[in-house]
Design a protein around this ligand. Structure first.
Ligand code: MTE
Ligand code: MO
Length: 364
């Protein structure tokens, strides 16, 4: 059955025994994750970076593209790509993660893009600071929010819309927000927002508006769908919920050994096994990573690698003396606000589930 919801209808939650549907499979085939073995790269090669597109990837001509900056400002700006590129360039290394990462592991499962653990990637984004563009436009007194609109258009739960997200004015002008035109030193690929996207370091993916068309300064609080309806942590359909914002702490391990084709269960030879992974958090720096080989019953500290950037993942490693048997590896990160949970934090839309990853392993 196709889920075309009427305006205002809540996202659907699957029945306890309901399998992933063709609609969810279609979304999963369009929106791919990062294969976990690519955690090895400091910078994710663009084809391996996860991808999430609500509607269609728009077909845009960079030569005629313009960015309109307007609303509650003294001097509206209309910039082409050359004007944007002539501004002072800034580069930040940023880990992006979809707020729906981990959704498919929730029970019952909210029906949407069915991510497991892999909706993540790290890139170097180059562009102009949003704060400097807003300063040039001259934000007027009384401004509260800034709305960012993309060129893509669709319907979602019965509401027709351009993809649009807002930040508060204070979040928009602080925290190194970028209007980015390069990913890892090359023009943005179409699927990642060409020619220009927003980058909001430390925030879940939904804030990083791709195919950016306009920046509008608002004197009233923004009430658009993606902020008020879609990206909220709700306990049930009547709960107005709280907005999803910064990335919760997470650690992932590169699955060791080799996989079984169908189940992806790992097979490892007994002896010392060098485990390697990444950890990140958008709310506070990660202070530690712990590893469990018994499914989360007992934990041991792993070693953290150097912190290369405050907005990007960090490596960690652990030597496991593996004896023959069956194991479930788990990794969990801690930041100054606490560790990742071992139980999934359930909410209606399956957002911000940072429950610890588990990897079944057979040691032979
Ligand atoms: N215009 C637009 N921007 C968007 C989206 C979108 O559908 N349209 N998806 C958002 C979501 S939900 C995520 S997780 C990130 C994904 O960025 P990536 O595909 O470059 O990894 O883009 C965000 N920006
Ligand atoms: Mo997302």
């Amino acid at each position: 059955m196709t889920d075309v919801l009427r305006p205002g209808e809540a996202a659907r939650v699957a029945g306890i025994d309901e399998a992933v549907s063709l609609d969810e499979l279609r979304l999963a085939a369009r929106n791919h994750g990062m294969p976990l073995e690519a955690l090895r790269y400091d910078l994710t090669p663009p084809g391996l970076h996860y991808l999430l597109v609500h509607y269609d990837i728009p077909f845009l001509d960079p030569a005629s593209w313009r960015l309109e900056i307007g609303g509650h400002v003294a001097t509206p700006l209309s910039l082409d790509l050359a004007a944007l590129r002539s501004g002072p360039a800034v580069t930040h290394r940023v880990t992006l993660e979809c707020a729906g990462n981990g959704r498919a592991k929730l029970l019952p499962r909210p029906v949407s893009q069915p991510w497991l653990d892999e909706a993540v990637g790290t890139a170097e984004w180059t562009g102009v600071s949003l704060a400097s563009l807003l300063e040039e436009a001259g934000v007027l007194d009384g401004a509260v929010d800034v709305a960012f609109t993309g060129h893509d258009h669709g319907t979602e739960r019965g509401v027709e819309q351009d993809y649009c997200r807002a930040l508060s004015l204070s979040d928009a002008v602080s925290g190194d927000v970028l209007v980015a035109y390069e990913m890892n030193g090359a023009p943005l690929p179409p699927q990642h927002g060409a020619p220009v996207r927003l980058i909001v370091p430390g925030w879940y993916g939904m804030a990083h508006v791709k195919w950016l068309r306009s920046v509008e300064v608002l004197a009233e609080p923004f009430a658009g769908f993606q902020n008020e309806v879609a990206y909220r942590l709700r306990a049930d359909a009547d709960d107005p919920g709280t907005p999803v914002s910064r990335i919760q702490p997470r650690a992932l391990v590169v699955p060791p050994g080799f996989p079984d084709f169908m189940t992806r269960r790992r097979i490892v030879d007994a002896g010392p096994v060098e485990l390697f992974g990444r950890t990140w958090s958008g709310r506070a720096p990660v202070t530690g990573v712990e590893l469990s080989v018994d499914g989360g019953l007992t934990w041991t500290q792993a070693s953290l690698g150097p912190a290369a950037s405050r907005y990007a993942w960090r490596s960690w490693s652990f030597t496991w003396d593996a004896l023959p048997g069956e194991y479930v590896l788990c990794a969990r990160a801690t930041d100054e606000r606490g560790p990742q949970p071992v139980e999934a934090p359930w909410n209606m839309q399956g957002m911000a589930n940072n429950m610890a990853q588990s990897v079944p392993v057979t040691v032979r």
